[in-house]
Design a protein around this ligand. Structure first.
Ligand SMILES: [Zn+2]
Length: 487
């Protein structure tokens, strides 16, 4: 007998069986029971989280032939139930928008939709990856969604909600499918292994569950791979041989390298990630997910429920989260976002990834440069013309009290944020009497400046204060004046 892949063999058949989407399943089953089924649904979520399974279960609930009205517990036996499960029912049309993007496909659908269903209560259109439709196709679909015949239901599914026009979204009831947590995936894997009568070490189950990255389908296809190799028990040795290192493990280690200012280690992390067959875009997603989790843990503390991570992993992540400050996370996430955009529109994404991780791992040096530049800018007003106009009104006006707070959001734009905030008035009294004239030779003698020159292939043209640094200078002299005034 031919081997049926696990995802198909064990596809959820009822609302109760859908793993990890309990709230959505309850809402839909209540809608069916109370006869309040909407004419259009929009299921969104990453791949393999149960959208198609849920769509088919809803279709069975509406069309099950064993009862006289829609039921939240379809029989699974009647012709309608069986054929819907196989995706082959005459009244439940499944369309893959990825390969039927054109307006003609949707026109066919519209022309067809006016006819009553062949034998069931409803004609149901399940359109997968609906975001792939062309503009013309969306417009055609919109007309049907606005005034569908009473016997027609639409279930649209997408992995990229932002690409679905607002006009379509607003005519559907939206259901957001969550990524499935590791524990839920692991529990499902245990059930399936038991049904398949295969023994597996618990560590293997956890590893597969984590590798799946929230997708039940991915978990099951990994298990397919293991079963194809494994004679007898699934143990760790087999897993080491066959399965890639979990992507979150690679990103975890990569960020340890970043925290340890180890650009070479970070580059190896990129290599490991990509050599396991994952794409550059996937890398950006994984990096951003990981950074977001770390930032939430750093800001809200280990116990927060804003970060969706299970127990053991949470302890490790919380420890890593403490290696950066909030400002650095903001900076790294902004960089990751830019990176993702650049990667999408670039043919040389590998170079971009490598440059980005080197940039992250060398943030300390970059921030030293910035700190060095701003300390140079803190030299006397004589060499910093920009400081002059700012300095004069001070004579007549009291110092604005909130200048340092007002600047602090700006300082979050780089990891040097923590350093920049050192430009508060506190250390100021020592500054003014000690600053020397920053002449050209002295500036060039600074190794950090020379490093900056090397990195950016620059040359020294002038020494002057930036507007922000000038304001800092101003603050400092004010504070110095205040200090003197107090004496
Ligand atoms: Zn049935």
């Amino acid at each position: 007998m031919a081997y049926t892949v696990l995802a198909r063999k064990y596809r959820s058949q009822t609302f109760d069986e859908i793993a990890g989407q309990d709230a959505l399943a309850t809402t839909l089953s209540n809608a069916v029971e109370s006869g309040r089924v909407h004419h259009g649904y929009l299921f969104t979520g990453t791949r393999g989280v149960g959208k198609t399974s849920m769509a088919r279960i809803l279709a069975k609930s509406l069309n099950c032939l064993s009862v006289d009205a829609p039921t939240a517990s379809p029989c699974r036996e009647c012709e309608s139930c069986r054929l819907i499960s196989e995706g082959e029912d005459i009244d439940v049309v499944e369309i893959d928008a990825a390969s039927n993007t054109g307006v003609d496909n949707i026109r066919d659908l519209r022309n067809n939709a006016v006819f009553r269903p062949a034998r069931s209560r409803f004609k149901i259109y399940i359109i997968d990856e609906v975001h792939m439709l062309s503009t013309g196709a969306f417009n055609a679909l919109l007309k049907t969604l606005e005034e569908p015949p009473p016997h027609v239901k639409f279930i649209l599914a997408t992995t990229e909600m932002q690409k679905v026009p607002a006009t379509i979204q607003s005519r559907c009831q939206r259901f957001d499918f969550r990524s499935i947590d590791v524990d839920t995936i692991a529990a499902q894997l245990r059930r399936i292994l038991a049904a398949e009568q295969v023994e597996a070490e618990e560590t293997v189950i956890r590893r597969v569950a984590r590798l799946a990255n929230g997708s039940m389908r991915d978990a099951l296809s990994l298990l397919d791979q293991l079963l194809a190799f494994g004679a007898g028990k699934l143990d760790e040795a087999l897993v080491e041989e066959i399965l890639p290192t979990p992507h979150d493990e690679i990103i975890f280690e990569l960020l340890d390298c970043v925290a340890g200012s180890d650009p070479a280690g970070a580059l190896h992390g990129v290599e490991r990630f990509l050599s396991s067959g994952r794409t550059a875009e996937r890398f950006c997603e994984a990096l951003l997910d990981h950074l977001r989790t770390l930032m939430v843990l750093a800001v809200c503390g280990e116990e927060t429920d804003l970060a969706d991570v299970p127990g053991q992993l949470r302890i490790r992540l919380a420890a890593q989260a403490g290696r950066f400050d909030a400002a650095t996370y903001v900076f790294m996430i902004a960089l990751g976002h830019e990176l993702r955009r650049a990667v999408k529109s670039s043919g040389s994404s590998r170079a971009l990834l490598d440059a980005a991780v080197v940039r992250l791992a060398m943030s300390e040096q970059f921030s030293d440069i910035k700190a060095a530049l701003s300390s140079m800018a803190g030299t006397p007003a004589a060499t910093a013309p920009a400081a002059q106009p700012l300095a004069s009104p001070r004579q007549d006006q009291p110092a604005p009290k909130s200048t340092s707070q007002a600047r602090s959001p700006k300082s979050t734009d780089s990891p040097s944020g923590q350093r920049s905030t050192a430009a508060t008035p506190a250390p100021a009294p020592a500054c003014r009497p000690n600053v020397k004239t920053a002449d050209r030779d002295q500036v060039m003698a600074d190794p950090i400046v020379r490093k900056a020159m090397d990195l950016f292939s620059g040359s020294l043209v002038d020494v002057r204060a930036s507007a922000e640094a000038a304001a800092v200078t101003d603050d400092r002299s004010e504070a110095a004046d205040d200090a003197e005034g107090a004496n």
